[in-house]
Every structure is written in structure tokens, then in C-alpha cells.
Design a protein around this ligand. Sequence first.
Ligand code: NAD
Length: 337
Amino acid sequence: MSKSLLITGGAGFIASHFIHYIRQQYPEYHIINIDKLTYAGSDTNLKHITFTENYDFIKGDIADEQLINHIFSDYDIDGVIHFAAESHVDRSIKDAKTFIESNVLGTTVLLQAARNAWNKAGELDKRRFYQISTDEVYGSLELDTDKRFNEQTPYDPRNPYSASKASADMLVKSFGHTYDMNIVTSSSSNNYGPGQHAEKLIPTIISNALHGKPIPLYGDGKNVRDWLYVKDHCRALDLVFHEGKTLEKYNISGRNEQSNIELALMICDILDHLKPKTYSHKELITFTDDRQGHDRRYAVDDRKIRTTLGWKPLMTFDAGLNKTVEWYVDQWEKVTL
Ligand SMILES: NC(=O)c1ccc[n+]([C@@H]2O[C@H](COP(=O)([O-])OP(=O)(O)OC[C@H]3O[C@@H](n4cnc5c(N)ncnc54)[C@H](O)[C@@H]3O)[C@@H](O)[C@H]2O)c1
């Protein structure tokens, strides 16, 4: 059945992959993408579909109540998939305010507009609001344990970014309980793949290595993240949106924990092979002062989505990382040629 979906933050890294994915899977769906095009958004991520059928792009802020209400009255929105957020922890440590405006206020504005429109249509419990969240809301784990966060783990955010995402998740949950809205949430581990903004860890390692610049790693480089290939995440998002249970939460993981130093070494190995220099790229690795309040380890237990919705990642880390590095090398060559 055809649906009109409002996707927020669709010019960003994950949501642009998701829009490509969903258009392949459900060409009959009408996608309305609202994005403020902050420094993190790039309309080139979506250039091949800009003027295609069943796709509308609206440049705007999700915290702009008038605009969001207009969108809900102009379109008969069947579902919201809410990605838009300020997403970089370092920026949130420097200035938390934009994170509250976009991530907390923006989510509230969307929830209220969806609630009003769907209430009028008598479909509050049918049309779905899907909150895209992060494993960072659960806080930090120690390195010397094999504990992982599950869906019942209490939230314990440790930086302004994760605190703003945790607040948004709580608001979404509260709308589900208070107004019987059909809400669902998922928290995924770190995504990687082509098209991520240059400021994030993997693109920074690749870009600095290619330019022969120091590869900066915080602290002792032993902080651990669990990496998930972005296309595998998109398959999980599709399942949760269409088949996830109302009011439930799903963790999504790559089951692929790597310390930052292991990750940098792997990328350097790939680059030593793809773009050999007179020295190994590994020699560029340097350690910098640690991030304030740096979470040591994230790891999520994703047994629920695997057993109830039958999802599992298909991309191995080796293949996904090679693909990602090759993509960045290709972009870099286009610019430097
Ligand atoms: N990247 C990850 O590893 C990861 C992991 C788990 C969860 N998430 C979550 O997934 C979502 C997408 O993450 P990403 O890494 O693709 O982010 P991103 O920073 O690449 O993209 C965010 C997009 O949101 C847009 N945006 C920001 N504020 C806006 C506003 N007020 N109104 C409209 N648009 C706005 C930006 O222009 C950008 O296009 C976020 O909610 C993030 O918390 C990300």
C-alpha cells in the first residue's frame, strides 16, 4: 500500500542512505524530506533523486512550528521517521544550545504536529512516529567487562549530545503513553559507510592519512565503539518501521567492537595497500588530549531485533571498511586531480 512518509534530516549521512534504500524497496511511497541543511547536511547526498517522482525536499527547521504544521496540513502524512539531529559529540561539548533546540525542541514540535493531524484523522494509534536514537543514551561501559546495554538498561547519558537524544526519546515515549500514539524507537551503535561528514572519526582518519597529516586519536586510543555498516542499519530501520511493536524499543548493533587504535590501524593497512607512500600511514597516528567526559565503551545487546524481527547485519567489517575507504579515496582523487 502506498504511504506518504515524512523523513527528517534526510540530507544527513544515515537518512540519505535510508531514502535511497526505501525508494528502491517501496517505489510507490511518497517521501517528503525536511532538512535544515546545516553544515552536516548535503543535498549532493540526494542529487540523483532531487527532481524525481514521489519525492519532495523541504529546506527547513523541524523546530519551526508553523512550517511543520503546514507540512502536516499540506500532506496526508502516514508516518514520520525522525533522524534530524545535531549529531557530533565534540560540538555539543563546546555549545549545547543548538542540540537542545534541534534535538529536544524539534522533536517536541514534530510530535505535537503529528499528534494533532493524526488525532483529527482518527488515526492516532495507527500512523507511526519512529524515533531514531543512539546507543549513547545508555552511558558508558568499562573495558574489562563483557556487559552490553539491552532495551531495559536505564538511560545514563554523559554528554550534551546523548542527553539531548535521551530527552527526545523520553518525550517520544511520553507521547506514546499519554496520547496512545503509535510510537517506536531504535538505538543503534556507531554507523560507518560512504558519505559521512568529514568531522566524524572514520572520515577524519582516512582524510588525514591521505593528506599525510597526523591522525589524531583521543587519550590512549583504547575507547571502544561498536561499528555497524550504514546499509545494514537501513534494513533494520525498514523492519522496525513496518513490523516493530508499538511503544517498544529495539537495539541495533554490528556486534563489532573495535578500539579506536585498532580501527585506525586497519584503515592504515587498507591505505598502505591502496595508496602506498614511502612510509606506512600508521606512522601518522598521534594521541591527543582526551575528550572531556569521554565515554569508554559502548556495546548494545541486539538479541531482540534478531529474534523478533529476524534482522542481522550482512556486511562484514573487513568488506565494509574496504568499501568505505575506497569511496573516500575516490572522492579525494576527484578533488585533487
Ligand atoms: N551516525 C551514527 O553513528 C549514529 C548512530 C546512532 C544513531 N544516530 C542518530 O541517527 C540520526 C542521524 O545521524 P547522522 O549521523 O546521519 O547525522 P548527520 O549529522 O549526518 O545528519 C543530520 C541531518 O539533520 C539535519 N538537521 C539538523 N538539525 C536540523 C533541524 N533543526 N531541522 C532540520 N534538519 C536538521 C542536518 O542538516 C543533517 O542533514 C541522528 O538522530 C543520530 O542521533 C547516528
